[in-house]
Design a protein around this ligand. Structure first.
Ligand SMILES: *Cc1c(COP(=O)(O)O)cnc(C)c1O
Length: 374
């Protein structure tokens, strides 16, 4: 059966990945927040993660958290992106917790929470090298003292982010910095922190190698659960599934053509000067997919003999001369996704989604479809 271009989502594999990540972390006393931003918090996928036993959620976008709340999800939800000063009313109304690094924002969150008669939980972000969000370790104690005077916020703990901007790997060394800081800051607060959050998927490796410093008790995991990959370390996570998401694209043209365009050269559809390598006449396929849906570096053909040559908004051009099987118009080409590709494809309104159930007996088809129908 031909379905055109669509994203195939095998929910059972996502459930299994969530279950494995949670189990590996639980062995070291670490809880997992399931990060939903990579797939725009699509409800069925959120349910698949919850079915794996990960029932605390986190997302970077308030809109995603709000839509899950509208749909009746009651799980604890943490806002990952540090809040805009202009969003504090919504953040306190809709989320249980947010990650923060600016006193002015935290003060505004405190005021907003108080006016709702609530206390908002915050995690104070500390920068241990990646240079994205967070106070510097040397400023953490002072910042904490100021936050502790604010009545509308409760400091659940501290956290850090890694491997996002600076590409800095989480190591025993930099996470020990966070772990030791947690000890000092708990002394200042005069209590134990519920949360010492040691990063995302890229921190899983330290758990596996037994090097995770003692105080770290939470990770916020998206990519690992969804794709079974660790982009920061540039590797697959061997104990997780890599193929829960597959993109199928339908071939709309297939012809042998020269590998260098002919005629006068201008700019391409995106205003760039294209460059080509002369490989003689090659068999080329166009699939019904383009820059509106995903960028060419977000997907990888499953067939290693297929190369992506490029794409305009609506047509993606493939070199299929060395494809493993003979392809025809109407056939599908299948791609794996990276995190960036997943994010784009799940937010494109043009990409159909086809769910595959029943992979795992413990997350049966009836179960998941019953829940998503309700
Ligand atoms: C996206 C994000 C995560 C999750 O990262 P993964 O690599 O998908 O596990 C964790 N923390 C923050 C602050 C994020 O923005």
């Amino acid at each position: 059966m031909n379905r055109g271009t669509y994203l195939e989502i095998e929910l059972g594999k996502i459930t299994e990945n969530a279950r494995h990540v949670a189990a590996v972390c639980a062995q070291r006393g670490i809880e997992v927040l399931g990060v939903t931003k990579g797939f725009s918090a699509i409800p069925r996928i959120v349910e698949a993660i919850i079915a794996g036993g990960v029932d605390k959620l986190a997302d970077a976008r308030l809109e995603n958290i709000m839509s899950l709340r509208y749909l009746g999800f009651t799980q604890e939800m943490t806002l990952l992106r540090i809040p805009m000063l202009s969003s504090v009313n919504q953040v306190t109304a809709w989320t249980n917790c947010s990650l923060n690094s600016e006193l002015s924002v935290i003060r505004a969150l405190s005021d907003a929470a108080q006016s709702l008669g609530k206390r908002h939980n915050i995690v104070l972000m500390v920068d241990v090298g990646d240079l994205r969000e967070g106070v510097l370790p040397s400023a953490a104690a002072d910042t904490l003292r100021k936050i502790l005077t604010m009545k509308g916020v409760y400091v659940s703990g501290i956290g850090t982010n890694m491997g996002c901007y600076g590409g800095i790997l989480p190591t025993e060394k930099n996470l020990s910095m966070l772990s030791e800081l947690a000890v000092d800051l708990q002394n200042i607060a005069g209590r134990h922190f519920e949360v010492v959050s040691g990063g995302g998927t890229s921190s899983l490796m330290l758990i596996h190698s037994g090097e995770m410093p003692g105080q770290i008790n939470q990770l916020r995991v998206g990519e690992g659960i969804l794709l079974g990959t660790d982009t920061t370390h540039n590797c697959n996570i061997p104990w997780l599934y890599q193929d829960a998401f597959l993109l199928h694209a339908e071939i709309v043209e297939i012809k042998s053509k020269p590998s260098i365009p002919y005629g006068e050269v201008g700019l391409d559809a995106f205003g760039r000067t294209p460059e080509f390598e002369d490989r003689g006449v090659r068999k080329r396929a166009i699939v019904s997919l383009g820059g509106q849906d995903v960028s060419v570096d977000g997907i990888v053909p499953m067939d290693e003999g297929i190369n992506i040559l490029g794409a305009s908004s609506d047509h993606m051009i493939l070199d299929v001369s060395d494809a493993g099987e003979k392809l025809r118009v109407g056939d599908e080409v299948c791609f794996r996704l990276n995190y960036h590709g997943l994010l784009r494809l799940c937010s494109s309104k043009y990409i159909k989604r086809v769910y595959k159930y029943g992979f795992d007996a413990s997350a049966s088809e009836e179960d998941l479809s019953a829940k998503s129908a309700s």
